[in-house]
Every structure is written in structure tokens, then in C-alpha cells.
Write a new protein. Structure first.
Length: 244
């Protein structure tokens, strides 16, 4: 069982980074767009690699950019093993390609979007720790702050959803390796997250507190916000929930 796993170096982190970034607008693959002068992917992987639990990082790179991504990540590869594979046409295919490249050893696998470039190292550790503590699948969540309504295709409000039971789900999502492998092997329809595949297998998914810094950079506003957070003097780089 997971409780017997080595508490250090027992985690592989898969980083799907092969998306086009359509919602961000023109400018190349999103993972290679820059904030603070560096690609989002480099920010993300550096924060992952700083987590003591991490044994290996496997990046699913944009098609055609695998060699460039290897070069970009060379400095980070001094901290931990970094492998780069070609991503697929969907996020799920990219995750599956990265999962297939995980070496023998790590029994905890995290999946983390490159687009969540400012995710604190502490969140990577807390998700890994929850799996190590016995959870089969773990997601970081935040409360939903807006009122949420169900709306018809014609734009009419059908009803107001009780938001007290709703959570916005982030990454990294953590799994016992065998659980994630079985869920991907059984996957039929593409889903936007890996916990969704695991849920379909009837496996319980445990929530841990997420972080606002783990925002998914999706639209131009998010890129501007991330740039601000990175350069803001309000954070000294030491706080557990800071962007680091
Ligand atoms: N991703 C991937 N392979 C794909 C599609 C997405 O590895 N074929 C990755 C993205 O690079 C990103 C993460 O999955 O790190 C979350 O996806 P999303 O935020 O939707 O990124 P994009 O698909 O690049 O953006 P968009 O949907 O706006 O094109
Ligand atoms: Mg997408």
C-alpha cells in the first residue's frame, strides 16, 4: 500500500504542454509563451522540480517542438530527471504519451498542466503527500466564488445551482500509478482532467485545498495577471502560497 512508499523521490509528474493555446490568441504554443522572460513551461517545471518528492518529470511537448523543449529544460534537468515526449491531439492523448514514458520506480503519479505555470511547489508536495497517505486519487480544489446558473442554448436561465457543494478543480492531480494507468487504459471519451477518468472507474477522489496561484493561464487576461504576480514585489518568494 502507499503508506510504505519511500517518502522522497517516489513521484513522477506528467506535464501536458502540447496544446496550441487557441484561447490565448496568436503567439505560438501556449506552454512556450513567456512571462518574466521565460516560457510558461519552464516556470511550471522549475516549481515541480523543486519539490523533494519528485523523482521524474515527463513533459508532453507541442508536436515538432520536443528538441527545443529539451534545450529549454536543460537547466531544470539538473534538479531532477526530465524526459520529453511528443504530445498528442488532445490533452488526454498527451497525458497518455507521458504516462507511457514513466520509468520503473515512482508509484505516485501527478498530472500537472504547463498552463498552471505559477503553481507553488508546496501544492505539488501536498497532493503527493495525500496520495502517499493512502488516497487513490487527489485533486486540489477552490470554492466557487461566483453565483452559478444553468442556462439554455437560447441564453435563458434555467435555474441557480447551489454553489456551496461546488468546487473549481486544479492541477496537479495525484494518483497511485496503477489507478491512473487503469483509468487511461479504459478511457473512451476525452475528458478535460484525469480525475474524471478515475471517477468513471468508481475510484474515490479526495480533495485537498488548492491555490489561487495555480490558476490556469487560458485567456490574455490570465497571462497579464500571471506576469503581474510574477513581478509583484508583494511576494518575497518565500511564502508557501507565493508564486515562487
Ligand atoms: N494540452 C496538451 N495536449 C493537447 C491539448 C492540451 O498537452 N493536445 C495541455 C496544454 O498544453 C495545457 C493543458 O493541457 O498545459 C491544459 O489545456 P488548455 O489550458 O486547454 O491548453 P490549450 O489546449 O493549449 O489551450 P486552448 O484550449 O485555448 O487551445
Ligand atoms: Mg485546450
Amino acid at each position: 500500500m502507499t503508506a510504505q512508499l519511500n517518502p522522497r523521490g517516489d513521484v513522477a509528474v506528467l506535464v501536458p504542454a502540447a496544446g496550441a493555446g487557441v484561447r490565448l490568441g496568436p503567439g505560438g504554443p501556449k506552454a512556450l509563451r513567456r512571462i518574466g522572460g521565460e516560457p510558461l513551461l519552464v516556470h511550471a517545471v522549475r516549481r515541480i522540480a523543486a519539490a523533494p518528492s519528485v523523482h521524474t518529470v515527463v513533459v508532453a511537448a507541442p508536436p515538432g517542438d520536443a528538441d527545443a523543449v529539451r534545450d529549454l529544460l536543460a537547466p531544470v534537468a539538473e534538479l531532477t530527471v526530465v524526459a520529453v515526449v511528443a504530445g498528442g491531439a488532445t490533452r488526454q492523448e498527451s497525458v497518455a504519451a507521458a504516462l507511457a514514458a514513466v520509468p520503473a520506480g515512482p508509484e505516485i503519479v501527478l498530472v500537472h498542466d504547463a498552463a498552471r505555470a505559477l503553481t507553488p511547489t508546496a501544492l505539488v508536495e501536498s497532493v503527493a503527500e495525500a496520495v502517499r497517505g493512502g488516497a487513490e486519487a487527489v485533486v486540489p480544489v477552490l470554492p466557487v466564488v461566483d453565483t452559478v446558473k444553468e442556462v439554455s442554448a437560447a441564453g435563458l436561465v434555467l435555474g441557480t445551482v447551489d454553489r456551496s457543494a461546488l468546487r473549481a478543480v486544479q492541477t496537479p492531480q495525484g494518483f497511485r500509478r496503477s489507478v491512473l494507468a487503469a483509468a487511461h487504459a479504459a478511457a473512451v471519451d476525452p475528458l478535460t482532467d484525469d480525475a474524471g477518468l478515475v471517477e468513471k472507474q468508481g475510484v474515490p477522489v479526495t480533495c485537498v485545498p488548492g491555490s489561487e496561484y495555480a490558476l490556469k493561464i487560458t485567456r490574455p487576461f490570465d497571462l497579464a495577471l500571471a506576469e503581474y504576480l510574477l513581478t509583484s514585489t508583494r511576494y518575497d518568494g518565500e511564502a508557501d502560497d507565493g508564486p515562487r
